[in-house]
Design a protein around this ligand. Structure first.
Ligand code: CS2
Length: 492
């Protein structure tokens, strides 16, 4: 029985074989230096941006290794520090490929190593900061501006030394760089938020302006925050993946990552010349990021969330399973055809219909076990990004919103059921949602109006729109049999 190989810098030479590629730039270990700080080292980041940077380092070199920073939890740091940041990536699709990704060179936890984080962010070699902190991590209000009433922002503006929000920490580091006469680093948001770069820059300037107008002006003039579109289906790691890596590669990896083969990174074409060769290893640089973002949020993330809530009500577990349910697939295809595709107006090089069909084909990937319950997280943050903008545009342009309202009504039922079952409600607005569901009585008008009072989710103009309210109530009534009679089929 061959000895399991513990993954770390010293065992890389023992791992290298035809079946698995290893990071040449980490042999010898000290070769490549850190030039990027990433905040929020979750699975998606490690499967996506870290992979692009790994390829850029592997093929084009440079000092672009990554210092990964967790804001709160030490899970990733505990798992990866003894592995020198190394981990296995499994590409699960028609074929299975494995790779050891070496772009991450250190993992820090802001809550425990605050000064190390600030030191890394204010180091002259740090030229880029990338973020995947999810929609809620930016502390924005439903206008997309920094929410100065947000608990974390209030905490950080109260003059404490150790800040807890990503925005607060970045502004502190930028203020030190400004004092030291160092240039600002380029900040790249890699989350599913429309206009993510612009919103992040405005949030940083707005935060600085609360206490230091000179700094705010400097940031407004000199900070580069390209917008991006990011895409790759990356389910959370589970034990079956750890077992797979052991079986296939004889490697003990504390926290491997899995994703589909499809990968896309579209970055606004305003990056400094001194940068990792992301655009030479597949990333797209373009002026029209917004077109790509809109198409992806509407043709992938909107159907994803709709499948998640409707599927959970129907007792389905994964996206693949949901794509085996003909009624659900018919509903999703009809919603895309009638209510989403007509709202897509770019990018000019995109065949939106083909793009949508390719996405549904990706959802049918049997090798990817993507839990609907994971996609269902943070509905209060995702729905304003993925579903409501289409609803608002269709109402203005005179198109139907009936099917999109089924997705919204299924989310309302999902929230009610989670609390009724005493299940964990993963959502930053869980307390407000609990209050709303406590007053629900199953009557469509009563319940939908209650949810529409949540201003953080539903803009006042939409909540007051008669056509929308009517369509929402109709959808809520239409879905009731699925809830009340535990019926496993329905039609819109
Ligand atoms: C998913 C996304 O969990 C979710 O909300 O819709 O993570 C989705 O898998 C990615 O955006 C795909 O690029």
């Amino acid at each position: 029985m061959t000895q399991l190989i513990k993954l770390n810098e010293n065992s890389l030479k023992d791992i290298a074989n035809p079946k698995i590629r290893v990071p040449q730039y980490r042999m010898p270990p000290s070769a490549a230096k850190i030039g990027i700080v990433h905040i929020g080292p979750g699975a998606f980041f490690r499967a996506h941006q870290a992979w692009y940077t790994h390829q850029a380092l592997q093929q084009h070199g440079g000092d672009w290794c990554i210092s990964a920073v967790s804001l709160r939890s030490s899970g990733v740091s505990d798992a990866l520090t003894e592995q020198h940041g190394l981990y296995c990536l499994a590409e699960l699709d028609k074929e299975t490929h494995f790779e050891v990704v070496g772009a991450i060179k250190e993992v820090l936890v802001a809550r425990q190593q605050y000064h190390d984080v600030i030191a890394r962010l204010t180091n002259i070699d740090t030229k880029f900061v990338t973020l995947t902190i999810t929609e809620k991590g930016y502390c924005l209000n439903n206008q997309g501006e920094l929410d100065l009433t947000h608990e974390d922002i209030k905490h950080d503006l109260a003059g404490t030394n150790e800040r807890i929000s990503a925005v607060g920490i970045l502004v502190q580091a930028l203020s030190v760089r400004h004092e030291k006469g160092l240039p600002a680093f380029t900040v790249i948001s890699c989350d599913n938020i429309t206009g993510n770069g612009t919103k992040l820059k405005n949030a940083l300037v707005s935060f600085a302006a609360q206490t230091n107008l000179t700094l705010a002006t400097w940031l407004a003039d000199s900070l580069t925050c390209p917008s991006t579109m990011v895409d790759s289906i990356t389910p959370a790691t589970d034990d079956s993946l750890r077992d797979l890596v052991q079986q296939k590669l004889n490697i003990k990896d504390n926290w491997p990552i899995k994703r589909e083969a499809f990968l896309q990174w579209v970055i606004e074409d305003c990056l400094p010349a001194d940068r990792p060769a992301w655009d030479q290893v597949g990333a797209i640089l373009t002026r029209d990021v917004e077109g790509f973002e809109k198409a992806k949020l509407r043709l992938l993330n909107c159907p994803h969330s709709s499948i998640a809530y409707l599927g959970c009500l129907l007792g389905i577990e994964t996206v693949y399973d949901a794509m085996q349910n003909t009624q659900l697939v018919e509903f999703i295809e009809k919603m895309i055809e009638e209510e989403i595709l007509p709202s897509i107006d770019g990018p000019k090089e995109l065949d939106a219909k083909q793009y949508s069909q390719d996405i549904l084909q990706r959802f049918r990937n049997p090798a990817i076990r993507h839990l609907l319950s994971q996609i269902a997280w943070d509905g209060s943050q995702k729905i304003p990004m993925r579903i409501l903008p289409i609803v608002q545009q269709n109402l203005i342009e005179g198109r139907s919103v009936a099917l999109l309202c089924h997705a919204l009504a299924s989310w309302m039922y999902f929230v009610r059921l989670q609390f009724a079952k005493g299940e964990n409600m993963v959502d930053p607005l869980a307390a407000q949602l609990k209050k709303v569901t406590d007053s629900c009585n199953g009557k469509a008008h009563n319940d939908t109006v209650l949810f529409l009072t949540m201003k953080a989710i539903f803009p006042a103009s939409l909540a007051a729109n008669g056509e929308f309210k009517h369509a929402l109530e109709a959808a809520y009534i239409n879905l009731a049999p699925v809830i009340n009679n535990n019926q496993h089929s329905w039609s819109a």
